[in-house]
Design a protein around this ligand. Structure first.
Ligand code: ZN
Length: 443
């Protein structure tokens, strides 16, 4: 099973930072040279993009031979996927440059699995190989590697094999970051603690609303994230409209795309992990998600569809979820969720309900958080065997609520702060409607 650790890398002195920056900048310069040469070959009638110069001589002293090789390999992969896309008619320009000398290069590098080591503990650290010239210049011993502090909360402290490390400088947060791919054997996996079930409602404003058979409800709010994604999208189209005729992209546009995707993927990865960890602790062994066509039909009107779909990348998210759940032995199953978002949990009507913002109301008197209610309905629908039991525990009607406190816990609201999902101190919207008694007890 392959997974990725993500962490922050912190140089311990100004000298170390300078060394690191030079390493990343030289990697970008190398990438650009290789890429330029391949573009030239590509433009020639009989050019062979795989037949390029030897760069070890010029870059080996700074980067070390293995890193030169990794950058070349990474560039080769980029061209391979370009040709694969071209064959499918989906290619969007030849591979791009990592910035340029005038406006600054994108600081990034790839380090071979045998050329670095990470150690987690009281003093967590990363040691990477640098070329002999840099070692001489900065006073490192012959066998010494550049030692950097690492911070973060790696998902995988223990693994069976590590892959090529990606190290880059994120100019917007002014931090160095690393991606470390690792391979984990099945012996390291957890198993479910009980046989509970959860159902997810996936949307754009609330990324995930979840209800479990233990009565827990979770709401991951995505409004800010979605707004930032839209802002980046607007900026991309503004830049595209200013491109010279015949040009379809620019480095600036590509870097915006990359950053937009990276931000979304980061939030999605973290969401999948946070959610699965919480569900595992609840004893969940099965998670229901809507089938793709359902999700698109039910939640998103046609005009909003393209944008939200693009933002949320539903298929990719479910894949992430499946992967993360697998680590805990939890299975993710697709089920039809048609109409669940319109159904009134109190009277069962799907025609009389109306939705305003996050609130679902019904003339029968029901009023609740629309997405949380939808996940509750979705769960109940596919939980037939346990339904009677569960209904008496959790799904009593509003009339009954005045006599019997609904045992369902107060919904947990989670917000994204660019690093992690954390419980919002504010209560969930509409909580007072869905859950009057518990909410008032909590205050
Ligand atoms: Zn109703």
């Amino acid at each position: 099973m392959r997974r990725t650790n993500t962490f922050e890398v912190v140089p311990q002195s100004e000298e170390d930072e300078e060394l690191l920056r030079r390493l990343l900048d030289a990697s970008a310069a190398l990438w650009n040279e290789i890429n330029f040469e391949r573009r030239e070959r590509y433009a020639e009638p009989d050019g062979d993009v795989w037949d390029i110069s030897e760069y070890r001589g010029r870059y080996g002293g700074v980067l070390g031979a293995s890193t030169v090789q990794q950058i070349e390999r990474k560039n080769r992969e980029a061209w391979r996927s370009f040709f694969a896309l071209q064959q499918k008619g989906e290619a969007n320009g030849t591979p791009g440059y990592w910035g340029n000398r005038e406006d600054g290069r994108e600081l990034r590098t790839y380090i071979r699995n045998t050329s670095y080591s990470v150690e987690w503990g009281t003093y967590s650290r990363l040691e990477i190989l640098v070329g002999q010239d840099l070692k001489d210049e900065y006073g490192l011993d012959r066998q010494e590697r550049l030692r950097l502090e690492v911070r973060g909360d790696p998902s995988w402290n223990e693994y069976d094999k590590q892959g090529r490390l990606e190290l880059y400088y994120d100019e917007y947060s002014d931090r160095f970051r690393a991606f470390q791919p690792v391979t984990i054997g099945t012996s390291r996996l957890a198993s479910p603690l009980a046989d509970e079930t959860a159902a997810l409602d996936i949307g754009a404003n609330n990324l995930v609303a979840c209800t479990t058979t233990t009565g827990t409800q979770l709401l991951y709010e995505g409004g800010d994230l979605f707004e930032r994604f839209r802002k980046a999208t607007r900026e991309i189209s503004r830049l595209q409209s200013k491109l010279r005729e015949g040009r379809y992209s620019s480095n600036r546009i590509r870097s915006l795309y990359r950053r937009r995707t990276r931000r979304r993927d980061h939030a999605q990865d973290a969401l999948a992990r946070d959610l699965v960890e919480r569900l595992h602790a609840e004893g969940v062994s099965t998670v229901y998600v809507g089938a793709l066509t359902d999700v698109l039909d039910t939640h998103w009107s046609v005009e909003a569809n393209a944008k939200t779909h693009n933002f949320w990348a539903f298929r990719a998210f479910v894949k992430r979820l499946v992967c993360t759940a697998e680590e805990y032995g939890i299975s993710v199953e697709a089920r039809s969720e048609a109409w669940t978002s319109q159904e009134c949990p109190q009277c069962g009507s799907t025609e009389r309900t109306t939705r305003h913002g996050d609130t679902l109301t019904c003339p029968c008197g029901f009023e609740g958080h629309a997405d949380l209610t939808a996940s509750e309905t979705f769960l109940r629908r596919h939980q037939k065997s346990q339904i009677s039991d569960w209904r008496t525990r959790h799904c009593v009607s509003r009339q009954q609520q005045t006599n019997v406190a609904r045992p369902m816990a107060r919904p947990v609201c989670l917000k994204w702060d660019d690093h992690r999902w954390s419980e919002s101190p504010r209560s969930c919207p509409n909580e007072e409607h869905t859950n009057p008694q518990v909410a008032s007890v909590g205050r």
